[in-house]
Design a protein around this ligand. Structure first.
Ligand code: C5P
Length: 307
């Protein structure tokens, strides 16, 4: 019988991109971005325990859509950290999934960052934040932000982060669509739509950074922007009806979250957000609607039991 050998549980937030400015495709296929990330209070939890071999399980309403093999970012994170330190990655990674899958809210990235932090603690490696951030960047463009949370400007392909000040809480509603969208497909559609046009270098909007700094929801609503939105709408035209339903319900602003298909609605107050969520759900234009507040803390160890 296996005795208890220690366990680490890490909580990781979802994100919304309040500005996603996309430049032209680079020679390596990625796009330079000015990506203003804001962590929101929807979370996945990753629990890591010693096991006979690396294995992943997942629980939650969307668990059936999560790959349980070594393509899962949580597995890739454990393998990368183990390889770096010459460790045999014999762990069980359990994901309690509350972030929409393939929704443009960095759910997979959250699991990668969470697994990295959890394994680092389980194996008592004491990696520095810089070491963890470098590994996160190897795993994916959004993974470093999942580790730090709060708010940040991501440049390069989104992995070079400058933390940003946020002067107050922002209240959001997220409308989850029936099926996910693949991020590479959305970027390819962006390229197709941008063909024969001059794509300017991406830059953060100073008015948007100001709105974050002062915690001004009305000013933030006026400056939200996502250059991937036309591509996501071209691939999933039904999202226009979701955006319209949320705006009609009284949201200050509506946009596609990241590469979609989750749509995000900014509300003035937490009560307004609950009301917009109820109206969106009743509209039949989305599978589910969730209210959440930002900013949220980055990946955090919430439980650690000694071996
Ligand atoms: O970095 P990550 O693995 O999350 O990226 C997934 C895909 O999204 C990439 O393979 C690429 O097609 C696209 N992408 C991009 N430019 C970025 C980030 C992602 O084209 N800055």
């Amino acid at each position: 019988m296996r005795t208890e050998q220690g366990r680490v549980r890490v909580r990781v937030p979802a994100k919304v991109n309040v500005q996603l400015a996309v430049g032209a495709a680079r020679p390596d296929g990625f796009h330079d971005l000015a990506n203003v990330f804001l962590a929101v209070g929807l979370h996945d939890e990753i629990t890591v325990t010693p096991a006979d071999e690396l294995r992943i399980t997942c629980a939650g309403p969307d668990a059936g859509q999560v790959p349980l093999d070594r393509t899962n970012l949580a597995a890739r994170a454990a393998l990368a950290l183990a390889e770096r330190h010459g460790i045999d990655p014999r762990v069980h990674l359990h994901i309690d999934k509350d972030i929409p899958v393939a929704g443009g809210m960095a759910g997979g990235s959250a699991d990668g960052a969470g697994a990295l932090l959890a394994c680092d603690a389980l194996w008592s490696l004491g990696s520095t934040r810089e070491e963890l951030l470098a590994l996160c960047a190897e795993l994916g463009s959004d993974v470093p932000f999942s580790l730090i949370g709060g708010a940040a400007l991501g440049t390069g392909r989104g992995e070079l982060l400058t933390p940003l000040d946020v002067g107050g809480d922002f209240h959001w509603v997220f409308a989850v669509a029936d099926a996910g969208l693949s991020t590479p497909t959305v970027f390819r559609e962006f390229d197709r739509l941008a063909a024969h046009t001059d794509v300017p270098p991406p830059a953060a909007d100073p008015a948007l950074l100001d709105a974050l700094r002062t915690g001004d929801a009305t000013a933030l609503a006026a400056t939200l922007g996502n250059d991937l939105q036309p591509a996501a709408l071209a691939l999933r035209p039904a999202l226009s009806a979701t955006l319209a339903a949320g705006t009609a319900a009284g949201a200050l602003a509506a946009l596609v979250s990241g590469s979609g298909p989750t749509t995000a609605f900014l509300a003035k107050t937490a009560d307004d957000a609950e009301r917009v969520a109820r109206t969106l759900l009743a509209s039949g234009t989305c599978r589910t609607a969730r209210a959440a507040t930002s900013p949220a803390a980055g990946a955090t160890v919430v439980e650690r039991t000694a071996p």
